[in-house]
Design a protein around this ligand. Structure first.
Ligand SMILES: Nc1ncnc2c1ncn2[C@@H]1O[C@H](COP(=O)(O)OP(=O)(O)OP(=O)(O)O)[C@@H](O)[C@H]1O
Ligand SMILES: [Mg+2]
Length: 291
């Protein structure tokens, strides 16, 4: 089974990696590819500095659902808004719900409860998948925070479940933790550049995911690679920036390969600005590779 086939069977795919490695671009590429396979896909962006809409050429979400082509919606989701929405759902009197969400105690609770904000975000994805929200969705792809924060986010429901020892919140968190640990339903994709620091963080995250959550990534994408050197360049090394960067890419890819024998996709650095053309070009590379 190809990696794309496997991802298409997932309900939740979390895209993470070091800052600036192409997480948002990759989430958009995966969203487009999965929607083209007939999946109803929701792309959730966690970063309040919205950029997902630029990758797909839509309006910014500002918290709302925005259609981004056939089968695909995007939404920027902030934990505070999700938790306030939950309060409004439970407390039917609008003025009372407003009083609660405006109160200092409520804000202290949201800020102080360990893992609550992260759990709220993933919990939203879970509820969408259970049909609790429109539009109907087969697959949620999360454009997640950078490396360490994503591991914290994925571990949060389990920690919250332990800390709550039952109760409605604890049961919900335990359900969510079990969902996240189910590798037939949930997957992780890591974006990296083939450079020293991103590869280092990738190797550390692979270990962290295994250790803390027993999860292995479905795929690592080495993004933004410089074009291969012409034959013979090894014997007569030049000094151009391109050669230096490509040599660095190759050295770091070898370092990654020594520690990771799972699926790896190499994507080139393309001379295109952030936007739908870049997403389309990278998506075609994805399909072309036999992963
Ligand atoms: N393969 C590529 N070729 C050319 N440009 C790329 C490629 N991948 C990503 N980019 C560009 O690199 C920049 C950073 O990519 P992106 O925003 O996807 O990274 P990110 O990991 O989401 O960053 P952040 O950590 O800030 O959220 C963007 O301008 C994007 O268009
Ligand atoms: Mg991003």
């Amino acid at each position: 089974m190809s990696v794309l086939d496997r991802l298409a069977e997932r309900q939740l795919v979390v895209v993470t990696g070091k800052g600036g490695t192409g997480k948002t671009t990759l989430a958009a590429v995966l969203g487009r590819l999965m929607a083209d396979r007939g999946k109803r896909v929701l792309l959730l962006e966690v970063d309040p500095r919205e950029s997902l809409h630029q990758a797909l050429g839509t309006e910014p979400s500002g918290g709302a659902l925005v259609p981004a082509g056939a089968g695909l919606f995007i939404q920027n989701l902030q934990p505070g808004a999700v938790i306030e929405g939950l309060v409004r759902e439970k407390v039917h009197l609008a003025y009372l719900a407003h009083k609660i969400t405006e109160s200092v105690a409520f804000h202290q609770f949201v800020e102080g409860a360990p893992g609550l904000k992260e759990t709220a975000l993933l919990g939203h994805a879970y509820r969408v998948l259970q049909g609790g929200h429109r539009p109907q969705t087969d697959l949620v792809i999360v454009d997640a925070p950078a490396t360490g924060h994503s591991a914290t986010m994925l571990a949060a429901p389990g920690l919250l479940a332990q800390a709550s020892e039952g109760g409605q919140l604890g049961d919900m968190a335990a359900d969510l933790a079990a969902f996240l640990a189910d590798d037939s339903r949930c997957g992780v994709v890591l974006a990296t550049l083939a450079e020293e620091m991103p590869i280092q963080e990738t190797l550390e995250l692979i270990d962290l995911l295994e250790e803390k959550l027993g999860i292995q990534p479905d795929l690592i994408v080495a993004n933004g690679l410089y074009p291969p050197l012409p034959q013979g360049a090894a014997e007569a090394p030049g000094t151009s920036l391109w050669e230096a960067r490509r040599r660095l890419n190759e050295a770091e890819l070898s370092r990654l390969a020594a520690a990771w024998d799972g699926p790896l996709l190499e994507l080139p650095l393309l001379p295109l600005d952030r936007g739908p053309l870049l997403v389309k070009a990278l998506a075609s590379r994805f399909s072309r590779e036999d992963l």
